[in-house]
Ligand binder design. Structure first.
Ligand code: AMP
Length: 180
């Protein structure tokens, strides 16, 4: 890893129905390099939103570190043009490495995998295992339902009100970059 800061992005491995998510992912990848001079670490896939954001970082001249488990390599989803790719034995190993390498975490729209990853790093922050910022990009209300659910968990006493703020909501790419 070089001395530049590195953002971990968790996002969908699927191609969304609405192209706007791809466009925003590309905008983010481009500006992450051009405006903030950060690198990217992510799950190392070439597919879906993951492919879109990693391609945009590469095109803008940033370094992209991919970390992918063996079983996904054999399914042919590995991105072959990254600055570096590490092939690991398990999803748990992958998550631990992404977590170690990142200076901050961001979830873009995605599915189960994205949700799992962003909630895990938020949980670790809550447990004071790290102090790295955790963001969720709530594009056009994509995550409104989740944020409402988390507010309800807190209202019912299962998440401290102060801990709710660990997962920082940002509504636009520019809003995110301003807070990074
Ligand atoms: P999902 O949101 O379910 O599409 O999962 C995306 C997240 O889980 C990414 O941030 C990846 O780290 C991981 N992931 C899930 N499916 C894949 C896949 N087919 N290829 C690579 N990574 C994946």
């Amino acid at each position: 890893m070089d001395k530049k800061k590195t953002l971990a992005i968790f996002c969908g491995s699927s191609s969304p129905r609405n192209i706007k998510y791809i466009e925003k992912a590309k905008d983010l990848g481009h500006k992450l390099v051009k405006e903030k001079n950060w690198n990217l670490v992510y799950g190392g896939a070439s597919v879906g939103l993951m492919g879109a954001v990693s391609d945009a970082v590469l095109r803008a001249g940033g370094r992209v570190y991919g970390i992918i488990p063996k079983f996904l390599v054999s399914r042919g989803v590995q991105h072959h043009d990254l600055y570096s790719i590490e092939i690991v034995d398990s999803m748990h190993e992958r998550k631990a490495l992404i977590y170690d390498r990142a200076d901050a975490f961001l979830a873009l729209p995605g599915g189960f995998g994205t949700l799992d990853e962003i909630i895990e790093v938020t949980t670790w922050h809550q447990l004071r295992l790290h102090n790295k910022p955790c963001f969720i990009l709530n594009l056009d209300g994509f995550y409104d339902g989740l944020l409402k659910l988390l507010n309800n968990f807190s209202k019912e006493g299962f998440i401290k009100t102060t801990d709710l703020n660990i997962l920082q909501e940002v509504k636009t790419v520019d809003d995110f970059l301003a807070k990074l």
